[in-house]
Ligand binder design. Structure first.
Ligand code: HEC
Ligand code: HEC
Ligand code: HEC
Ligand code: HEC
Length: 438
């Protein structure tokens, strides 16, 4: 009996001591413990609902053109400072792949166009102005600045489409920032997280359909898209009017049926001297690829590329350092809710490897097709009509190949589409080669 009482007292004492420690710890370590409660290991990653939005008046613009810039917002402090700092960290993404060195067949495919001379991969947003200034590819007009700087978007908004044909050098001299706050938020910089589409062509192309796309996706889709310059005033434009029109098949049909100022039909980025084919250069159709893929109704670009973080003082915000979800623990932890305990890094890498292996095979076949067509043109034995039929097959084959090749996620955004593009390209190459007697 004695022993039992003593044991009970010891247990009760221990419990009291533990509770007291927890209580004191709770006061002393209030922040870290709160942080732990929010920590993804306990109840999952932070979400939008955890963000406490700050409503402040926009600071005065310190730039020449009235664009409130990142430095202006940084001075406001609070979450704006955290966001400006994380946006600045995009300068840490410096990795560039030389595509022409990695995939030499491209030189043949892009012959006669700037990309055959220089074609490196993208890097962080902080380098957009630096990279457009130093590229060896020619700048015909100021329209090359469309996706590089908010100052150009502001210029279009203030002065209209005439600025697209202004001299590149003249306009470039007045550009101040690489992709920045105004690009995605206008001058209000998202007090309540609101996005403002500042690139006017997006709303022109999509009209009321624009509201069908999550703003946190469409903000990226101002630049991470397929686009062309209108033949008459060289305005940047998207080749569709709806999400349904964002497939490579529909976009090709759009280009094929475009009536040009000289009365002919069929848009081309360039005419290739060696083959005589009128060709298209796909850009970087991330939004189109993603919106026709499996995550389209489930997530937006920010969900996978902008981790929600908490600073030392407890401020919760979207990091504006745009990263690969595979390289960020916070983002990777959000995959779990749907993908369970799949090793996402391995899963994605394996998928990308399958896609890039297929790309290399198709790219080499396309290059051989280019050689065969070049030879046929030089030999002068086929009629112009027969050659034109092959040229159209080449145009289409290169379009489908390119649509997959230039998309920056290498299949991760939409592997079905990647394989469909490569299958279509392969079939067109085979038809063309058969017409050439190969
Ligand atoms: C105003 C145009 C613009 C907007 C808006 C924009 N981007 Fe970009 N983005 C670019 C350009 C241009 C590059 C390439 C920069 C370079 O290489 O100089 C780039 C590069 C990137 C890269 C680096 C790619 C790599 O291979 O390392 C990522 C990631 C990225 N953007 C994601 C996004 C996301 C996510 C959004 C939306 C939240 C977005 N971008 C919105 C223009 C834009
Ligand atoms: C490339 C596009 C892009 C740029 C550039 C950009 N933002 Fe954002 N911003 C976003 C997106 C996307 C969100 C998330 C919106 C959502 O939750 O739907 C966001 C959210 C915000 C929010 C709401 C709080 C949060 O973290 O969700 C604020 C405030 C904000 N941004 C301020 C800024 C400031 C200040 C700058 C410049 C230093 C800036 N943004 C630059 C795309 C951008
Ligand atoms: C389900 C998550 C997810 C969504 C949503 C998503 N992406 Fe990605 N994205 C990825 C993955 C995974 C990769 C491949 C990353 C790698 O190779 O390390 C990637 C790669 C990229 C890249 C190449 C840069 C890099 O770091 O490799 C860009 C640019 C990009 N995405 C932009 C976008 C844009 C713009 C959107 C919205 C239209 C978007 N992403 C939506 C998961 C996503
Ligand atoms: C809201 C649920 C959800 C979240 C969160 C999610 N996914 Fe997915 N993901 C899906 C679904 C559904 C599929 C389609 C599965 C299928 O078809 O078998 C998918 C498929 C994929 C695919 C294959 C896509 C293709 O076209 O082949 C990749 C890659 C992928 N997810 C990456 C990611 C990554 C990386 C993350 C985290 C950053 C993530 N997902 C987060 C639901 C989600």
């Amino acid at each position: 009996m004695e022993k039992r009482n003593q044991a009970a007292k010891l247990i009760i004492g221990a419990i009291v001591a533990i509770l007291a420690l927890l209580f004191i710890g709770g006061i002393v370590f209030a922040k870290p413990m709160m942080y732990h409660l929010k920590n993804r290991d306990q109840i999952g990653p932070l979400t939008r609902d955890d963000i406490v939005y700050q409503e402040v008046e926009a600071p005065a613009a310190s730039s020449e053109d009235g664009t409130v810039n990142a430095a202006d917002w940084k001075n406001v402090g609070g979450m704006f400072k955290e966001i400006a700092v994380t946006m600045g960290d995009n300068d840490k993404n410096t990795y560039i792949v030389d595509y022409l060195e990695q995939d030499p067949y491209l030189v043949n495919i892009y012959e006669g166009f700037g990309f055959a001379k220089e074609y490196g991969s993208a890097r962080g947003h902080e380098y957009t102005l630096e990279d457009v200034a130093k590229t060896q590819r020619p700048h015909a007009n100021a329209n090359c600045l469309t996706c590089k700087t908010p100052n150009f978007a502001k210029l279009v908004n203030d002065q209209g489409v005439g600025v697209y044909t202004m001299s590149f050098d003249e306009v470039m001299a007045n550009m101040e920032e690489s992709v920045s706050c105004y690009s995605c938020h206008g001058n209000s910089a998202g007090n309540r997280g609101e996005i403002e589409i500042t690139h006017s062509y997006v709303l022109k192309a999509l009209g009321s359909e624009a509201s069908a796309i999550d703003p946190a996706t469409l903000s990226c889709g101002q630049c991470h898209i397929e686009y062309y310059f209108t033949p008459d005033d060289k305005e940047t434009m998207m080749p569709y009017h709806s999400v349904e029109g964002m497939t490579p098949e529909a976009i090709l049909a759009y280009y094929d049926s475009m009536v040009l100022p000289d009365g002919t039909t069929g848009f081309a980025d360039w005419t290739q001297e060696s083959t005589g084919a009128r060709l298209l250069k796909a850009q970087h159709p991330e939004m189109e690829t993603y919106l026709t893929g499996k995550h389209a109704q489930l997530l937006n670009c920010a969900d996978c590329h902008m981790p929600i973080e908490q600073s030392e003082d407890g401020t919760i915000y979207h990091s504006h350092t745009l990263v690969s979800p595979l390289a960020d623990e916070t983002l990777l932890s959000t995959c779990v809710q749907c993908h369970g305990d799949t090793d996402m890094v391995e899963f994605v890498h394996r998928l990308q490897e399958r896609v890039t292996d297929r790309e290399t095979a198709t790219g080499n076949r396309l290059s051989a097709f280019n050689d065969a067509l070049t030879e046929a043109v030089a030999a002068g034995k086929m009629s112009e009509e027969d050659l034109n039929a092959v040229r159209k097959l080449y145009r289409d084959a290169q379009w489908y190949f390119d649509f997959c090749y230039v998309e920056n996620a290498e299949g991760a955004h939409n592997s079905d589409l990647a394989f469909r593009c490569l299958d279509t390209s392969d079939a067109l190459i085979e038809q063309g080669m058969a017409l050439l007697g190969n």
